[in-house]
Design a protein around this ligand. Sequence first.
Ligand SMILES: Nc1ncnc2c1ncn2[C@@H]1O[C@H](COP(=O)(O)OP(=O)(O)OP(=O)(O)O)[C@@H](O)[C@H]1O
Ligand SMILES: Cc1ncc(CO)c(N)n1
Length: 516
Amino acid sequence: MARAGAIPRVLSIAGSDPSGGAGIQADLKSIAAMGGYGMAAIAALTAQNTRGVTAVHTPPAEFLAAQLEAVSSDIEVDAVKIGMLGTAEAIRTVRAWLERTRPPVVVLDPVMIATSGDRLLADDAEEALAALLPQAHLLTPNLPELAALLKEPVPATWEEALAAGLRLSERTGSAVLVKGGHLDGADCPDALVDARHEDGPVLAEIGGRRVATQNTHGTGCSLSSALATVQARTGDWARSLAVTKEWLEGALTASDRLEVGRGHGPVHHFHHAEAAVPLAPGEFAESLWADIAKVRAEIDALPFVAELEAGTLPEAHFAYYLTQDALYLNGYSRVLARVSALAPTEEEQLFWAEGAHACLEVEAELHRTWLSRHPTVAPDAAGSPAEAAPTGGRAVTAAQGPVTKAYVDHLLAASASGSYAVLAAAALPCYWIYAEVGAALHSRHAARSDAADHPYGAWIGTYADERFAEATRRAIAFTDAAGRRASAGEQEAMREAFMASSVYEREFFDAPRRHA
Ligand SMILES: Nc1ncnc2c1ncn2[C@@H]1O[C@H](COP(=O)(O)OP(=O)(O)OP(=O)(O)O)[C@@H](O)[C@H]1O
Ligand SMILES: Cc1ncc(CO)c(N)n1
């Protein structure tokens, strides 16, 4: 019986993976991630990591029986997830316990082979496993396991997989989750089939998106234990699958952030949950900055930066850069005005509004000084003509280049998200990267003996503006505070926005070489 609102007590009977990505370790994380109370009876121990299994130790079956008895003699078990059992004796022990206790939800993941290809079930145990299958409400074999249980070749298409799943369901009387993880292609579909169901054999089919990652260690363990937990709460298999599949897709997407192991890494089970330890001031911004380390190194290596510093940058490139900067600043000013409109405090509202104002002043200054000396600059007219800039009524004749347009469009899309935190994160690289690149350029320039007759010396000098450095520090601090207040999902959106803007910053410095 589903107990609406109650915390499901879920027992995993499975093998241990000391690297924490599969087996009972993955089960306990998944059960907790789905809001359940996790318990674990250890059927086998493996020595494994993200690259493979090096040893397996199976304690005596009596000890497994003692663990099961200790749990069920005291605790009401709402759902059971069965994973690696290892030997025929362990399988028979679990079967006897299930027959006696009849838990209301039993999900059986017939673990035979790890993602790494290592065998996790003794050769002589397949028959015992076949006899255990009818005790489960749901079986979750991957395609090689489905084939092994049916003694058939591995299905090569989704249609073949569905038909094979139905045959296993017919044979066992259990429902089967057919999983597309092992098929090729951009989709990762799953289907719930039950040959004996009155509403027809296919109860649900979910066409998931395949996440581009090699971190798939323990996906089967995680999905099956999450399903057992949600099913104990909802009593509805199709709904439970929809919930767990979406969560697993998020866990796969966020898996790269874990940086665990060099092989098939684990998924991030708690990607959706807030950390219990709050971030210290500055920590969120620091993590954003660390995310873009590669992009920053790429910016430092751009010919534009080296040529600007050496004074060898072609004048046409410099002129293109300045023209596009003026056009960009006009769009960016409107974006900062929107950040101001969304700001939660008057202090922040004022700060971003001042930023919007300063952008228009810098734009006007560009026209008064540098651009008036390059009147012929008319780059790449592919973009739309820019609107008249509010600089004393004089119209800007040049068009936004492709990078400028894409960058501004990205910022406008972030403002459409309506989230102050996400928009601030999108706006921040323009301050932060510009300030860093400028400070480095300026200090190297100032150290030159011939700085005085450098063709771009006066321009590089403008980088040393202490007011801009101070504004950058405040923009970082406000974005950091918004990030620390944000939910896990919003933080992820902030990371994506910050990364995308940083990539546009790189493209912007490289645009003169490609489009001037
Ligand atoms: N790259 C991926 N992107 C999205 N979903 C995936 C991906 N790989 C696997 N899945 C999903 O993960 C779940 C488990 O699928 P799979 O068939 O890979 O299990 P498994 O082989 O038993 O896993 P494991 O042995 O690693 O524990 C399924 O819902 C599948 O659709
Ligand atoms: C202990 C254990 N159970 C299951 C799997 C399958 O992923 C594994 N690799 N290790």
